[in-house]
Design a protein around this ligand. Structure first.
Ligand code: FAD
Length: 315
């Protein structure tokens, strides 16, 4: 079933979450171990992130450095198929522009269709860790909107090889939105302009970047509606977990902690303190968001299901 159908048919706030593929070498059991504790809450769908290649430098015997390419977290599509098979729940693979030619994208989508996966989250992807700006594949897409266009074309039976006639696909497409604006965007208005393009190109719903101030989400939803963006906007919730998160989350995800939360974080002395505060803060956020009428609460578990379990029990 498609994510958008789950949303349209829902009688109450839905619950979903996102997991990362395990590091290369770890088994699928580590994924099941992080999903199992959350199944009692009946997630409507589970997202699986996509991680592109990184460049590493290995020192050779002659002292010279050799540049090698490596993907540390492969397996997005395989994990989605395993989730559907084991739990009979929708799995949503993230599909990115970075590193893919248009043909590789088309082939990846055909694979998904063969596996019975008809939900995707279409993203541009970030730059490779060692590169300062995003560089598209020479035959690929520069922005997520171009990827949404390609999926929409396939949904109309238009493939890259015009001479081959193929059955239309039937993908439900989600895209990313940023209540605190995307870090490369000049301002929120410009960002919303491009978000609208993604929706006009065929995106069925939006999932937001994590945020810790519900006011920012609510203002974002209002700004979207004013800009004629009318699809469901699913809030992304991240429970803060460790002392490291205090500086890592704002730096990596370009988000702010509101002052109240910042003051409480400053009082924390250990990971345990932060974990407890993270659960309490996210629980309060979820209660308010439910009241605001959000279609679904989407959790960034980052393979830490314990906090999410506590939050769901709390609401
Ligand atoms: P776009 O929508 O393409 O936007 C990128 C920037 O370009 C924005 O500043 C936008 O305003 C601007 N822009 C858009 N269109 C145009 C245009 N036509 N002309 C000029 N400027 C334009 N990354 C991963 O690598 N793997 C994942 O699995 C992953 N999952 C994510 C899930 C969620 C819910 C979110 C919010 C993010 C995720 N990301 C993931 C991170 C995401 O890839 C980055 O934030 C990336 O920098 C932007 O992706 P986007 O799809 O929002 O890009």
């Amino acid at each position: 079933m498609k994510v958008i159908d789950h949303i349209n048919q829902a009688k109450d706030t839905l619950f979903s979450f996102e997991i990362l593929p395990p590091l290369k070498g770890k088994s699928i059991q580590s994924i099941f171990d992080s999903i199992d504790p959350l199944m009692e809450f009946k997630p409507s769908f589970i997202n699986v992130t996509y991680h592109r290649e990184e460049y590493l430098y290995k020192k050779r015997e002659n002292g010279l450095l050799e540049k090698v390419t490596m993907r540390k977290r492969p397996g997005t599509v395989g994990i989605c198929a395993a989730i559907i098979n084991k739990y009979d729940v929708e799995a949503v693979p993230h599909l990115i522009c970075g590193g893919f030619s248009k043909e590789e994208t088309e082939n990846a989508l055909i694979d998904l269709q063969f596996l019975g996966i008809d939900n995707v989250l279409a993203l541009r992807g970030d730059s490779i860790k060692t590169e300062s700006t995003f560089r598209p594949h020479p035959d690929g897409h520069e922005f997520a909107v171009d990827l949404v266009h390609q999926i929409n074309e396939m949904n109309q039976g238009k493939y890259l090889m015009e001479e081959v006639s193929m059955a239309p696909t039937d993908f439900c497409v989600g895209v990313a939105g940023y209540p605190e604006k995307h870090f490369e965007s000049m301002n929120l208005k410009t960002d919303l302009h491009y978000l609208k393009q993604k929706v006009d190109a065929g995106a069925d719903y939006i999932v937001t970047q994590m945020f810790f101030d519900n006011q920012k989400y609510m203002e974002f939803v209002n700004a979207c509606r004013a800009a004629d963006i009318n699809v469901p906007i699913i809030p992304g919730i991240k429970p803060i977990k460790s002392m490291r998160h205090i500086s890592f989350l704002p730096k990596f995800f370009h988000i702010d902690f509101p002052e109240d939360l910042g003051n409480e974080l400053l009082k924390c002395k250990s990971d345990k303190d932060v974990d407890q505060l993270g659960i309490e803060w996210a629980t309060q956020q979820c209660r308010e968001l439910k009241e605001f009428g959000v279609p679904c609460l989407h959790f960034y578990t980052m393979s830490n299901s314990n906090s999410v379990q506590q939050i769901l029990k709390g609401i």
